[in-house]
Design a protein around this ligand. Structure first.
Ligand code: ADP
Ligand code: MG
Length: 358
C-alpha cells in the first residue's frame, strides 16, 4: 500500500517549480497505520501559497487509493542558509525593490508587496531606505514617529521596528528629519542604511523588503556589500525613458551577482467605466523589455485611484477588503514574486553552498 501511495503522490506537481514531488524528492516518508496515512513532505520555502494546494492534492490522491483513509500531512520547510550576520540573520528571504527613476510607484509597489506577503500569512519586514523621500511613515500612517530603542551594555543603540498591520517597519524617515536628506553626503547615507539593517531587532522573518532609492548610489553599494539579497524586483512605468533606466538597473544587479526576480510594470493601463483597459502609455513595453533582458515579467499594475488613496491614507490597498478587485493585479504580482523566490531557493539548494564574504 505504501508503495502505491508513494507512486501516486510522486506525480503531484509543485506548480511554482514545475516539477513533481517525485522529481523533487519531496516525499520523505509515508506511514500507514490501520486506516491512518501519515505523509511527511519536505518542500522548498516560502510555502505561503503553494502549501495548501499541495496539501489538498495529497489528500485527494490518498482518498483515491484508500477511500476510508484518515490522512495526516506533515510539511517540513527547507531553505538555503541565510548568510546575513547581525540584524538580518533570522530573515529567510531578502528582496530589494528598485527603480531607475523616482515617481514610478516603487514605494507603493514595495509597500503592497510587503503587505501582500503578510496577507498570505508570511512574517514580513519592510525597510524604507529611500533617503530622498521616505514614504513608509505616510503609507503606514506613522508620520512623525521616531525610531525607538535602547542602549546596550556596549554603549551601542539598538532600535525596535515599528509594527503596523502585522508588518515590521523601519524607515529613514524615523531616524532623520525630512529636510536633512537633501544635504546628506553619500557615506552618511550609507551609515544610516547600516543602522536600519544592523542595529534593529528584526528577529525571525520570512521576507524582508527593501525600498531602495532610485538609481545606483551609495546605498545600493552598501546593500550589495552587507545584505545577501535573494533578488531584486524592478519597478517601471511603460514610458520609454523609464525603460532605458530599467536596463541600467538590471545591469547594476547582474554585475553585482544579484539575481533579478523580475520586472513589474506599474501604471500600465486604466480601466474604463465599460471595463475595457486603456493602455495610456502603450501596451506591452515592460513585458518586451523583460524578454529582451532575459528576466521574468511579474505583471502589470493599473493606474487606479484606490491604489493612490491607499498610500495617502496609510493602508496599502492589498489590505483593504473593500478594494479586493482593484488590488488583485498586485496580489498576482506578489504570487509571481513568491514563485520566483522559490525557484531561486530551489536553484540555490541544487548547488553546493557558497560562502559569501561580508
Ligand atoms: N498604480 C497606481 N495607481 C495610482 N496611483 C499610483 C500608482 N502607483 C503609484 N501611484 C501614486 O503615484 C505617486 C508616486 O508613487 P511612489 O510610490 O511614491 O513612487 P516612487 O517611490 O517610485 O517615487 C504616489 O502618489 C502614489 O500614490
Ligand atoms: Mg519612493
Amino acid at each position: 500500500m505504501t508503495e502505491q501511495l508513494r507512486a501516486r503522490l510522486s506525480t503531484i506537481v509543485d506548480a511554482d517549480l514545475g516539477r513533481t514531488l517525485g522529481e523533487l524528492s519531496a516525499i520523505h516518508d509515508i506511514v500507514v497505520e490501520g486506516t491512518t496515512v501519515k505523509v511527511y513532505l519536505t518542500l522548498i520555502q516560502p510555502l505561503h501559497l503553494v502549501a495548501t494546494v499541495i496539501h489538498k492534492a495529497c489528500l485527494s490522491a490518498i482518498t483515491e487509493i484508500m477511500p476510508a483513509a484518515k490522512a495526516e500531512i506533515y510539511v517540513q520547510e527547507v531553505a538555503p542558509q541565510n548568510a546575513a550576520k547581525r540584524g538580518l540573520g533570522g530573515v529567510k528571504n531578502l528582496i530589494a525593490v528598485s527603480s531607475g527613476k523616482g515617481g514610478v510607484g516603487k514605494s507603493t509597489i514595495a509597500a503592497n508587496i510587503a503587505a501582500g506577503l503578510a496577507s498570505f500569512g508570511a512574517q514580513v519586514g519592510l525597510v524604507d531606505a529611500d533617503i530622498h523621500g521616505p514614504s513608509v511613515p505616510t503609507m503606514f500612517d506613522l508620520e512623525g514617529e521616531l525610531l525607538r530603542g535602547e542602549k546596550t551594555e556596549d554603549g551601542k543603540f539598538y532600535g525596535y521596528p515599528h509594527e503596523k498591520y502585522g508588518i515590521k517597519l523601519a524607515s529613514m524617515g524615523f531616524i532623520m528629519g525630512r529636510e536633512q536628506a537633501a544635504v546628506m553626503r553619500g557615506p552618511m547615507q550609507a551609515g544610516y542604511f547600516s543602522t536600519l539593517i544592523e542595529q534593529i531587532y528584526w528577529g525571525d522573518l520570512d521576507f524582508m523588503i527593501f525600498d531602495l532609492p532610485p538609481g545606483t548610489g551609495d546605498i545600493q553599494l552598501t546593500m550589495a556589500q552587507k545584505v545577501p539579497l535573494t533578488g531584486a524586483v524592478i519597478v517601471t512605468t511603460p514610458q520609454n525613458l523609464a525603460l532605458a533606466d530599467v536596463r541600467r538597473g538590471i545591469t547594476m544587479f547582474t554585475k553585482t551577482n544579484i539575481p533579478v526576480l523580475g520586472v513589474v510594470e506599474n501604471m500600465s493601463y486604466y480601466v474604463l467605466p465599460d471595463g475595457t483597459c486603456d493602455y495610456i502609455f502603450g501596451e506591452g513595453g515592460g513585458k518586451r523589455m523583460a524578454a529582451e533582458q532575459n528576466v521574468p515579467f511579474l505583471g502589470e499594475v493599473p493606474l487606479n485611484i484606490r491604489i493612490r488613496q491607499g498610500g495617502d491614507e496609510g493602508m496599502p490597498i492589498v489590505l483593504r477588503e473593500d478594494a479586493a478587485l482593484q488590488a488583485q493585479p498586485i496580489k498576482d504580482v506578489v504570487a509571481q514574486i513568491i514563485k520566483q523566490v522559490r525557484l531561486r531557493n530551489f536553484a540555490l539548494m541544487q548547488t553546493p553552498t557558497v560562502e559569501i564574504a561580508l
